[in-house]
Design a protein around this ligand. Structure first.
Ligand SMILES: NC(=O)C1=CN([C@@H]2O[C@H](COP(=O)(O)OP(=O)(O)OC[C@H]3O[C@@H](n4cnc5c(N)ncnc54)[C@H](OP(=O)(O)O)[C@@H]3O)[C@@H](O)[C@H]2O)C=CC1
Ligand SMILES: O=C(O)[C@@H]1CCC=N1
Length: 269
């Protein structure tokens, strides 16, 4: 890819841009990001040496054919009104905004604008992202292949029907925050048992990474793997009982569902 534009130079734009550059999908000098705020532009340029930044959203449209819309959902309508006069047939627009539907984007852009809605997550920054995407009717098979290549360069990607993107947002978009909370809570349990905070965090982190890799690599279900850890009347059973008494699994499921519902709500606002 010769160039890749970002409208909004925040956290997720930085994660995607750095991931794509690290994976050699685009050179750093081919990345152009716009942001109205100088400190955000400076931070982006600092985190991705060689990338270019601008205060003008229109400049991204004029230079880049593929443009990622990486602003908060609440800013999206204003940004669309601003860029609309600059959108041409050569452009592919990729929105990563939570909840913002393809219909809402298309309504505010020239007819037949090629659009793809993506839900990535922050581990894209280190090539471990989990993303899903849905195509608008005007987007072509080549557009899909391009976005798949982009997302595959920063992790795993899955094509889904658009209505499922809210559930994807609740699960993998917001999910890193839930997993960090679990890691933090496990480490706190270790500290309560006398471990230093540093060692407790290292053990909790490696345990989460190891357990995730077991699910990914053995093909066994989480339930089956859990049974391998749990000896009759042993330590794990005592821990699982404490979790069940406090509705631990239900609480985590509720977090995903609440995030999904918030994505649906954001789409309506
Ligand atoms: N963070 C995450 O884990 C994920 C986020 N997303 C989605 O990605 C999008 C961006 O989120 P995130 O990166 O976290 O948010 P950030 O706030 O970090 O990034 C958004 C950036 O857009 C800038 N901005 C504000 N107004 C404009 C404008 N008119 N034109 C251009 N840029 C503007 C902001 O500037 P300033 O801050 O200076 O106001 C900010 O730098 C959101 O829609 C979110 O739903 C999707 C998946 C995961
Ligand atoms: O919290 C949010 O709204 C964004 C979308 C998914 C992850 N972060």
């Amino acid at each position: 890819m010769k160039n890749l534009g970002f409208i909004g130079a925040g956290r997720m734009a930085t994660a995607l841009a750095r991931g794509c550059v690290t994976a050699n999908l685009v050179g750093a000098e081919g990345v152009l990001a716009s942001d109205p705020h100088q400190p955000s532009r400076e931070k982006f340029a600092e985190e991705l040496p060689g990338a270019r930044v601008t205060g003008e959203n229109a400049a991204v449209l004029s230079e880049c054919d593929t443009v990622v819309l990486a602003v908060k959902p609440q800013m999206m309508d204003g940004v669309l009104a601003e860029i609309r006069p600059h959108v041409e047939g050569r452009h592919l627009l990729v929105s990563i905004a939570a909840g913002v539907t393809l219909e809402r984007l298309a309504r505010q852009l020239p007819a037949s604008t090629r659009l793809i809605r993506v839900m990535p997550n922050t581990p894209c920054l280190i090539g471990q992202g989990a993303s899903a995407f849905a195509l608008d009717a005007a987007a072509t098979a080549e557009d899909a292949a391009m976005v798949e290549r982009l997302l595959a360069s920063v992790g795993k990607s899955y094509e889904v029907e658009e209505p499922l993107l809210d559930a994807v947002t609740g699960l993998s978009g917001s999910g890193p925050a839930f997993v960090y909370t679990v890691i933090e809570a496990m480490a706190a349990g270790g500290v309560a048992g006398g471990l230093s905070p540093e060692l407790a965090l290292e053990l909790a982190t490696q345990t989460a990474a190891g357990a995730a890799a077991m699910v990914a690599q053995t093909g066994l279900s989480p339930a089956e793997l859990r049974s391998h850890v749990t000896s009759p009347n042993g330590t794990t059973l005592a821990g699982l009982n404490a979790l069940a008494e406090r509705n631990g699994s239900a609480a985590i499921q509720a977090a995903v569902e609440a995030a999904t519902n918030r994505s649906i709500e954001l789409g309506k606002s």
